[in-house]
Design a binder for this molecule. Structure first.
Ligand code: G
Ligand code: G
Ligand code: MN
Ligand code: NA
Length: 253
């Protein structure tokens, strides 16, 4: 396992990079944005996935400088991408980052440093963050709302939580966890019961839905029929290095 000092060195030596997974509208299959996903490029070229170091970063507090780097880098890349295409760049936040005062100010700082509109950056948080009763979290959500930065709930449906929190803060989008997508079968309504319930609830609360982990045309077809708004997944594009995503964007422009 990676240690705190490995990770400190990675940050100091600029060994982190962001990959981008394209996101599409279901209707018309238009490219609408990308999720930024952090990777650690070792000096020998090996790529370490976030599952192997984000937990260490969260336990040691390094997630704060790491998360701030991710936000800045995502805004820097977004500024260039926006010259070619209208896009939304989604960034994952750890609960630790949201519970720390000042997140909205950091976000505002990066937006203005790179001159990108608040509406082009989306912040992904998990359900547990919304259940947090602290003043810090509610203050941060209202500041983000004032700024106009959209918020999405990641892995929706997997958290151990009530639905009441969806009314406490403004949430723009629910990301339907891929566990509710993998089993979708055309002609088998039961296979889509949960995805369909999420889509229906999102619509009543005027939130958008994005299905994660769409790997087959069959899954895509089921979700389109249910009225899901957007999707991402191996069917339409894997996470890729920035230069490859830039090419992808330019071809679409
Ligand atoms: O492809 P993938 O292995 O990249 O992503 C695994 C998980 O790592 C994702 O579900 C996501 O929640 C998390 N992750 C990826 N990038 C980041 C990041 O920049 N910050 C945080 N906090 N989590 C991330
Ligand atoms: O933030 P989050 O947990 O949603 O991160 C997305 C994770 O899902 C990343 O690890 C990414 O590599 C992975 N992923 C993206 N698309 C697919 C897909 O179509 N199938 C599977 N199995 N994983 C995917
Ligand atoms: Mn995510
Ligand atoms: Na997810």
């Amino acid at each position: 396992m990676w240690t705190e000092s490995n990770l400190r060195r990675a940050l100091a030596n600029n060994e982190l990079e962001l990959h981008f997974q394209p996101q599409f509208s279901m209707e018309g299959r238009r490219l609408i944005g990308a999720e930024a996903l952090v990777r650690w490029r070792q000096p020998d070229g090996t790529l370490i996935m976030p599952g192997q170091f984000i937990p260490v970063a969260e336990d040691t507090g390094l997630i704060l400088p790491l998360g701030d780097w991710v936000l800045g880098e995502a805004c820097r890349r977004a500024a260039e991408l926006l010259r070619h295409h209208d896009l939304l760049i989604a960034v994952n936040l750890s609960a630790v980052q949201v519970r720390r005062p000042g997140l909205a100010e950091r976000v505002a700082g990066w937006l203005s440093a790179y001159g990108i509109p608040a509406s082009a950056l989306e912040l992904e948080v998990t359900e547990s963050v919304l259940m947090d009763e602290s003043d810090v979290v509610s203050e941060t959500f209202s500041r983000l709302r004032e700024l106009g930065v959209p918020v999405a709930i990641d892995d929706f449906g997997t958290g151990y939580s009530s639905l009441a929190y969806l009314k406490r803060f403004r949430v723009d989008k629910l990301k339907i966890d891929r566990s509710f997508v993998s089993g979708l079968r055309a002609g088998n309504p039961d296979s889509g019961a949960i995805a369909e319930a999420i889509i229906g609830m999102a619509r009543s609360l005027r939130m958008q839905t994005l299905a994660e982990g769409v790997e087959t045309e069959e899954q895509y077809g089921c979700l389109a029929e249910m009225g899901c708004d957007q999707c991402q997944g191996y069917l339409l594009g894997r996470p890729m290095p920035y230069e490859d995503f830039l090419e992808f964007v330019r071809r679409d422009a």
